[in-house]
Design a binder for this molecule. Structure first.
Ligand SMILES: O=C(O)C(=O)C[C@]1(C(=O)O)C=C[C@@H](O)C=C1
Length: 181
């Protein structure tokens, strides 16, 4: 006789088709956002601008919450995921500042210093894509398989983008609360 269909609990939904692709996209966008940390670190190095800028963080969180609402997505989940993106960005910035303090020959020169306002425009562009990725993935993020698929996605992104150790560690930090619940 055919086995009885497995009972599926509502609290542990099964991932719908396409979940891996959506979560891989989130991991890739998180890595794209982390790539901007190198530019931010260079923009701030040797200046009075500290790595932590709480006013800018609040602006980012307010913007993404508004964008999430406009898309009919969950603003609280979006803000939670973005808090992690910001913490991860600081992990990379601090690692680079430590590296440049230890070996000034690797540090960007003042002439090479990127403009922070321009870097933030690039961050804003990635933020918008990431908000859309979050809005497009509620079932994938709520599924029991989410954690495993996010880990797999991050592993692929690490290889696709040839991430170094600080960016790999930061990517893990960035993806900490992607899975809902
Ligand atoms: O825009 C900056 O100044 C950044 O350092 C980037 C960023 C972010 O990830 O959005 C990270 C840390 C700051 O506290 C504010 C924002």
């Amino acid at each position: 006789a055919a086995p009885a269909p497995a009972q599926r609990s509502a609290a542990a939904p099964v991932a719908p088709a396409g979940s891996y692709a959506r979560l891989h996209t989130l991991a890739d966008l998180a890595a794209q956002r982390l790539a901007t940390a190198d530019l931010v670190a260079a923009a701030k190095y040797g200046t009075d601008s500290p790595v932590d800028d709480p006013a800018r963080e609040q602006q980012v969180l307010d913007d993404v919450a508004r964008q999430a609402r406009e898309l009919g997505a969950d603003p609280a989940a979006t803000v939670r995921i973005f808090r992690d993106q910001i913490e991860a960005n600081k992990v990379v910035q601090r690692a680079l500042h430590r590296r440049w303090d230890a070996d000034p020959s690797q540090a960007p020169t003042p002439e090479e210093r990127p403009d922070l306002a321009e870097v933030r425009e690039e961050i804003n562009r990635v933020n918008e894509e990431l908000v859309r990725g979050i809005a497009d993935s509620p079932s994938a993020r709520a599924a029991v398989s989410c954690r495993g698929l996010v880990t797999l996605g991050a592993l692929h992104v690490r290889h696709e983008r040839q991430l170094d150790l600080p960016h790999t560690v930061a990517l893990e930090r960035a993806l900490r609360s992607v899975c809902a619940g």
